[in-house]
Design a binder for this molecule. Structure first.
Ligand SMILES: Nc1ncnc2c1ncn2[C@@H]1O[C@H](COP(=O)(O)OP(=O)(O)OP(=O)(O)O)[C@@H](O)[C@H]1O
Ligand SMILES: [Mg+2]
Length: 243
């Protein structure tokens, strides 16, 4: 469960990236945050795990206030897949990147190895195991970054643009995989087809603040709302309107 109340986040240069945002993601719910470039989606996700400090308001994740003293427990339970996979992958091999979290939390080498194998099989990415992150394509990095978070078996996943860099088949695969993961999820995206495919409850973000919150079909297929968010209708709806 994530509860955000009146959250504001400002950068040191004074940019107010998130202003007075409130929403709740219930246990097992999947919520999309949709908004145009610069709307504040990534800033919001980083604030949820305490990477960026709130300048106002409160955040509660898994029953704990997001404050310095709780960050180790919060980060064990709430996994963030960064928008840029280069921020996530830093070890000599993908194996080590995926094993990093389990090893860091004191699991045995045998358990870490088991988790890496499971995650690579789920992502159909066994061939990436021994490769160095900087030698992967953009889409392969995206999949490996997702794996490094899944290996932690978090109870909440925050995903920042999980479908970016992916070819159509891989994108569909990730959409199906995410839809099949029964965790609490918050997905920041401007891929509205992804938002529509798996979220019953999206929130739309316009320049720092939320301005719409409701059922996916009501929000994402409302051309006026989407225009206000600086977005267009999901491709699947554009196609059906043209047909
Ligand atoms: N380090 C920073 N210092 C100052 N301003 C920043 C910083 N990082 C982001 N911003 C600003 O904060 C605002 C929100 O940025 P953010 O990256 O959260 O948007 P976003 O919705 O994730 O965009 P995108 O869809 O392009 O990923 C933007 O106006 C951006 O210019
Ligand atoms: Mg972003």
């Amino acid at each position: 469960m994530i509860e955000v109340r009146n959250l504001s986040v400002a950068y040191p240069d004074g940019t107010k990236a998130v202003s007075g945002v409130s929403f709740t993601v219930g246990d097992g719910e999947s919520v999309a945050v949709v908004g145009a470039n610069g709307a504040g989606k990534s800033t919001l996700l980083c604030a949820l795990v305490g990477i960026l400090p709130a300048s106002g308001g409160t955040i509660c994740a898994n029953g704990m206030a997001v404050q310095k003293k709780h960050l180790p427990q919060i980060r064990a339970a709430v996994g963030l897949v960064f928008q840029n996979p280069d921020d996530q992958l830093f070890m000599p091999s993908i194996y080590d990147d995926i094993a990093f979290g389990p090893r860091n939390y004191g699991l045995s080498e045998a358990e870490a190895e088991k988790r890496v194998s499971e995650v690579l099989a789920a992502l159909d990415a066994g061939h990436l195991k021994d490769k160095a992150p900087h030698k992967l394509s953009g889409g392969e990095k995206r999949i490996a970054a997702l794996g490094s978070v899944l290996a932690m078996r978090p109870s909440v996943m925050l995903l920042d643009e999980p479908s970016s860099f992916l070819d159509p088949r891989a994108r569909r695969g990730i959409i199906a995989l995410l839809a099949g993961i029964g965790l609490t999820k918050l997905v920041a995206t401007h891929d509205l087809d992804l938002a529509l495919a798996q979220n019953k409850h999206p929130v739309a973000q316009r320049k720092g603040g939320l301005f719409a919150d409701g059922r996916a079909s009501d929000i994402l297929q409302n051309v006026h709302l989407m225009a206000q968010a600086g977005l267009e209708l999901p491709l699947c709806c554009q196609a059906s309107k043209r047909a």
